[in-house]
Design a protein around this ligand. Sequence first.
Ligand code: SF4
Ligand code: SF4
Length: 180
Amino acid sequence: MESIYLPAILGGLWITIKHFFAKKVTIRYPEVKKRFSKVWRGLHVLKKDEQGKERCTACGLCALACPAEAITMEAAERKKGEEHLYREEKYAATYEINMLRCIFCGLCEEACPKHAIFLTSEELVASNQDRGAMIYGKDKLVEKIHHPNGKVRGGGPLDPKMYHGENATYLSTFEGISNS
Ligand code: SF4
Ligand code: SF4
């Protein structure tokens, strides 16, 4: 019986058929994304206040607290007429996080006295083969109050829970293809 290989072939076919009809454990990422745990720490966001002004005052405490030395910034003085852009007299002209160094510990979030930086529980930092692209500047970090699809991404009054699951406003892409 063994030399005709029939039992082994039938056994193999049975396993294939069984898996073919079984519930799939994989998803079609990145089109479909799963919700993460409430305490999961993902991409950082630099918050704006209710009037759309940047909260960060470039005090540097987040950089000081960062164990991976991933944060760098340059401070600048707010000029007359820029009051609608920056909340404080000093702001971060540049603010960069090296995502290759970051260990997503959340200490920057803890250290910030202005509630300006949060780690979202919704977005991943995408991998990239270009090391330069892993340095995230303000263009990627500052929150966009109005998301292109009309959904607000944490643009309302400051609510730390927003970034830890409760009351979170998920982008449609996180709810699967059918909702996008
Ligand atoms: S999450 Fe941790 S490692 Fe990453 S930038 Fe913040 S303090 Fe640094
Ligand atoms: S994010 Fe917060 S801690 Fe970091 S520089 Fe801005 S205000 Fe200071």
